[in-house]
Design a protein. Structure first.
Length: 318
């Protein structure tokens, strides 16, 4: 069994949703081949390259080669998807600009007392006498983070949903924007009916709903990033999510700005501690006896060793 050096938001999610998948990806003696990138995933990655390239140049001037568009695109979009994703990502980025959501974000970033950072490798051990999770090393790479005027962390991400199908905006947005010119939708320029918006500097924040109520997965990911930025468990850092909700022929942008509930943060910390203890003990399938857990690990090791990536993918999804 391999050892792990840290916990990331994605590995935490996999651990609690599919323990066998977690073992195959992170612990098996023979590493599971990576699943191919899907078309919907490639669209989000391409949009990510467009928007980060644009924003990095605006805030950092001379371009770091890592943030050249071609470099970002090649690093994030797998070769078999590139022709499709190049055009689809551009469509999403143009809709993002037309909607005014990009201008909103730029305005909010301008007030930051520190230069915004993109894709920074964050590491840290959350824990200690303050009551945080003891001794759990964390790692993450947030899309973007900056500070409010009064020094509170803003952890930011983009989500592209439904480009190859259809998706609706998540509830709780502080404003919904149309990504097209012409006749507006009925909700254009309005906040969600359940949102109560208070301004924190120039950032509108939904104080009626925390991000863990709106979308727990978003809250998990951004909370771990915030802790690595020095925010304490239970603090009121701001989560910013711009969700591109796509449907045939149209893209809307739901701007989400919320806090994360204290109880949710405490439960997340507890889940991290439990996960780390289980992995370090080697008793991975803790719903089984230790003997049965060890036997299942051996079976999974043999499965990965005996199959190539394509055969394994068919076996695990059959």
């Amino acid at each position: 069994m391999r050892s792990i050096q840290y916990v990331s938001p994605s590995s935490l999610k996999t651990f609690y949703t599919d323990r066998e998948e977690y073992y195959l990806k992170y612990l098996a003696d023979f590493k599971k081949p990576r699943d191919p990138q899907t078309l919907p995933m490639s669209v989000g990655s391409a949009f990510d390259a467009y928007v980060k390239h644009y924003l990095y140049r605006r805030f950092h001037g001379e371009l770091d080669p890592r943030f050249a568009f071609d470099a970002l695109f090649a690093a994030q979009v797998e070769e078999h998807n590139r022709d499709f994703a190049l055009e689809a990502g551009k469509v999403c980025f143009e809709a993002y600009k037309v909607s005014g959501a990009l201008s909103d974000l730029l305005t909010q970033m301008m007030d930051s007392p520190v230069k915004p950072e993109f894709e920074a490798d964050l590491r840290g051990v959350v824990g200690g006498a303050s009551g945080n999770v003891g001794g759990v090393p964390l790692f993450g790479k947030p899309d973007l983070f900056f500070k409010t005027v009064d020094g509170v962390s803003v952890v930011y991400d983009w989500k592209v949903n439904g480009y190859c199908s259809q998706a609706s905006p998540k509830a709780g947005y502080v404003v919904l924007r149309d990504g097209w010119k012409g006749s507006p939708s009925r909700s254009a320029g309005k906040c969600h009916k359940d949102a109560v918006v208070h301004m924190r500097g120039r950032i509108p924040v939904n104080v009626a709903q925390t991000m863990d109520v709106i979308e727990p997965d978003w809250a998990n990911q951004t909370t771990i990033y915030a802790w690595m930025l020095g925010e304490a468990i239970g603090s009121n850092f701001i989560v910013g999510i711009d969700q591109l909700a796509c449907a045939p022929g149209q893209i809307r942008v739901a701007e989400h700005r919320s806090y994360v509930g204290k109880a949710f943060q405490e439960k997340l910390a507890s889940d991290l501690l439990k996960m780390w203890a289980i992995v370090q003990s080697g008793w991975i399938f803790d719903s089984l006896s230790r003997e049965a857990s060890d036997a299942r690990c051996s079976e999974l090791d043999s499965l990965v060793k005996s199959m190539d990536g394509e055969d394994l993918f068919r076996k695990m999804t059959s």
